[in-house]
Ligand binder design. Structure first.
Ligand SMILES: *[C@@H]1O[C@H](CO)[C@@H](O)[C@H](O)[C@H]1NC(C)=O
Ligand SMILES: *[C@@H]1O[C@H](CO)[C@@H](O)[C@H](O)[C@H]1NC(C)=O
Length: 281
């Protein structure tokens, strides 16, 4: 293989392994809380072959779907037919090399009330609706709590937080009279993209999109370094060989032919020129 195609291969391989880091975990139903015995489907999206769903729970540690006695896997997706409170935990996708996706926290309720809240961080400025659900019934009148403090009562079980910002982050739960209360789930708010710079009060943390950009830049730097190093190595190796080649032909040329070789003088010259050309790159 000639050096340029080898370099290209190194470059492409690094680029490919970099772009696979963009895998995302999605969950259906899209809720951070589910009832016991509910069915849940997890999928690794934008993931290449070999990515699997893993989880940490109170009883599992990096346990792989379909392998470590939970879930049924097919390719990069994973189903749990009957959720159990012991399935509560953190789920993510992982490549064979150990790259990971976003994480999703799922809480399984043994009771009769759940809070349906977004599984992924919501964007600053979005309207977010939290729904209080009971089994087999329309959302009832419910009280909503944030960080343990009652904040609102909604007669239809839907609480909308308009234009969320960082101050809306926290642990939410709801309760329904005579039914009980839901587990708590965290609502995370990520900064809005930098393209709309109309919010002077935005927090000092880098916005999600620029954070993403930083990751991409780091990613490309990481790709570029092996490329530079391999280029450098290639060039020095070939220079070294070219030099060794010419040195060798010079030293052999000045070696006087011994009497054994006298008769082969013509052949020797042919071999010498072959050796010399072989080393001229
Ligand atoms: C899962 O658990 C391991 C060991 O406790 C820990 O190192 C790792 O960070 C956890 N992963 C997530 C996504 O919480
Ligand atoms: C998981 O469930 C979905 C539908 O709910 C189905 O299409 C898919 O084939 C299932 N996958 C496995 C591995 O059972």
């Amino acid at each position: 293989m000639d050096p340029t195609s080898l370099q290209r291969l190194v470059f492409l391989t690094s680029l490919l392994s970099c772009s696979t880091n963009q895998a995302r975990l999605t969950v259906t139903p899209s809720s951070s809380q589910v009832f016991k015995y509910e069915r849940v489907s997890l999928r690794c999206e934008d993931a290449s072959d070999g990515w699997t769903v893993r989880r940490n729970t109170s009883i599992d540690n990096r346990a792989e779907c379909g392998v470590d006695k939970w879930g049924r896997s097919a390719g990069s997706s994973c189903n749990i037919s009957y959720m159990n409170p012991l399935d509560s935990g953190v789920y993510w996708c992982e490549s064979p090399e150990g790259s990971t996706s976003n994480t999703i926290t799922i809480t399984v309720s043994d009771g009769s009330v759940i809070l349906q809240s977004p599984v992924l961080p919501v964007m600053e400025g979005d309207d977010v609706t939290l729904i209080c659900r009971t089994k087999m019934a329309d959302p009832p009148s419910a009280d909503f709590y944030k960080d343990g403090v009652s904040i609102r009562t909604e007669s239809d079980g839907h609480m909308t937080l308009p234009h969320v910002n960082r101050s809306d982050e926290g642990l939410y739960k709801c309760s329904v009279q005579s039914k009980g209360e839901s587990p708590e789930s965290r609502l995370s708010v990520s900064d809005k993209p930098t393209t709309t710079m109309d919010s002077p009060t935005a927090s000092s943390a880098p916005p999600a999109s620029s954070l993403h950009l930083v990751f991409r830049v780091i990613c490309h730097l990481v790709v570029f370094c092996p490329y530079c190093i391999s280029t450098f190595l290639m060039v020095s190796i070939y220079r070294e060989r070219a030099r060794a080649g010419s040195d060798q032909s010079v030293s052999m040329a000045i070696t006087p032919p011994t009497h054994d070789e006298q008769g082969l003088d013509d052949d020797y010259d042919d071999v010498m020129s072959a050796v010399t050309t072989e080393h001229q790159f």
